[in-house]
Design a binder for this molecule. Sequence first.
Ligand code: GAL
Length: 372
Amino acid sequence: MRLLKKALAVGLASAMVFSMAGCGAGSKGTTAAPEATTAAETKKEETSAETTAEAVKDAVGGDVADKKVGISIYKFDDNFMTLYRTELQRYLTEDLGFKKENVVIQDGKGDQAEQTNQIQNFITQKYDVLILNLVQASSAPEITDMCKAAGIPVVYINREPDTQEEQRWSDDKINATYVGCDARQSGTYQGEEIFETSNKGDINGDGVVSYIMIQGDPENVDAQYRTEFSVKALTDSGMQVKELLKMRGDWDQAKAQQIAQDALTQYGDQIEVIFCNNDAMALGALQAIEAAGRTVNKDIYLVGVDALTEAVQNVIDGKQTGTVFNDHFSQARTAGDMAVKFIKGESVDNVNMVDYIKVTKDNAQEILDKLK
Ligand code: GAL
């Protein structure tokens, strides 16, 4: 009977968690990168959060409020990861019932050595579960072994460790998992957005789509796959392409603005498409495009990824051709759910993927409404 009650509670908790993840409602996003977020700053969700927390409490056979979650974000000064961390903190404390003081979020400051120290401190202080956005995904084997030795489960987010490492977790029954999106999908959507324009990206009609590619940091699979699959979507559709320039902009608006400005000076009208691995860089590229007197969707195309509020608004206003929604609500909630599963001692798949959503003028308003 007791077991049945527990099973029902688990079912209820996950059903509610997943139906909430699906509805996309959540805290109000901001694309500025504040120093730090507190749960009190985030918008309270008008849902049955309390009931969910109760169900989770039943399911874990105790109160998660006493469990400690250590989180480290690769750097706070990143537009997309700021939205993600705000939602993660809100979900853990408001919906899942963790105590605010037991959810500690550290800034990795883009420095792997510093982040490794933070993780070491979480381990020394006997945190119950860690949620980690690594500075360098290639550090995953070392970090995983540290956590494993201490018996602490780890949920990796956003920066995907390689498949060999993910396979090791399931082969060796290590309590580690990855929550993210398949970056190939986002790249493909970007290429499709260009192919679906009236001239398939070939604005000057010379039979070739000439583009520049502004990349994130090339160590990151998101940057690698978006770069590769955006172009592949065009060539798979039979288009000829010419890469005029490929440069790293490290996900950063100001760096991308400079790259686009220099490229527009050097290549001028030859540039028909600017692919940016994310929206922060697309916003920078747009500044350069406007300063050069060019007009998006008329004499140049521009695409990004993430669906930052400004970028989606630009899609509506015709100042950005398209973007791709990198669903931080569902990713943050799945990461929180996996942390609870580990605490409950349940088995967790080694990889948990959330879908991207293509954003064009047709659905941009709908996506913007979700973000608000
Ligand atoms: C990507 C996102 C970028 C940046 C990066 C950090 O998924 O599109 O904007 O936040 O993660 O790893």
